[in-house]
Design a protein around this ligand. Structure first.
Ligand SMILES: [Zn+2]
Length: 212
């Protein structure tokens, strides 16, 4: 079920009733947050960097026999790298993210974590850490986020903290985890695994030479 509202730039924006939590106007890049049926402008985002990604909003695909649609993209820029996090929703309403970084693709889901960010602050590249019983990971990168921008519709808040430390971990089972520490006290942990581009059975994506 969809609803609409007018952005301050006068464009009409569709929202998914009871689903959309954050939405960025594709025309003026105003970012809105939906709280208790109220639509509040929180900031104005910078444009997405053109990176010749084959994916796009409203692109579709199939995973584990379930159809999904891409609704939004966060673009996270670190000091020496960047990645796209595409928000996707199955027809059942279940949400996940597709990580895209330099031509590699992954599925990412947030996991609940009741731990203090201090547990992870002093991690170093190469260190081993057990995130869940029998699930050990090695730190393979620690990045400070420089900038975040976004486009589209998201079922979760877009966090535009100025300080975010992103710790990337992986193990020998092709699993990975990402620990994001926002400011002094906020923490988000996500986990995922890598897939090949073909595994998503994408359709309605960009027609770039050599891709489709
Ligand atoms: Zn607008």
């Amino acid at each position: 079920m969809e609803d609409k509202f007018n952005c301050t730039c006068t464009h009409s924006i569709s929202i998914r009733k009871n689903v959309t939590v954050s939405i960025a106007c594709p025309f003026c890049r105003n970012l809105y947050c939906l709280v208790n049926d109220e639509i509040i402008k929180t900031s104005t985002l910078k444009p997405i960097m053109e990176d010749v990604s084959p994916l796009k909003i409203n692109g579709e695909g199939i995973l584990e026999s379930k159809e999904f649609r891409i609704t939004g993209r966060q673009q996270i820029i670190y000091h020496s790298s960047y990645k796209n996090l595409w928000s996707a929703t199955y027809k059942s309403g279940e949400h996940f993210q597709i990580g895209e970084s330099y031509g590699t693709y992954s599925i990412i889901k947030e996991v609940s974590a009741q731990v203090s960010p201090n547990k992870f602050r002093n991690l170093k590249v190469g260190k081993e850490i057990e995130l869940a019983p029998k699930h050990s990971f090695y730190v393979n990168g620690i990045h400070e986020m420089k900038e975040l921008t976004a486009e589209g519709d998201f079922p979760m808040p877009i966090i535009l903290q100025t300080r975010c430390l992103s710790i990337e971990l992986s193990n020998n089972k092709f699993e990975f985890a990402i620990i994001n520490i926002y400011g002094d006290n906020d923490l988000k942990i996500s986990s995922g695994y890598f897939l090949n581009f073909e595994d998503f059975s994408f359709k309605n994506i960009r027609n770039l030479n050599g891709w489709i």
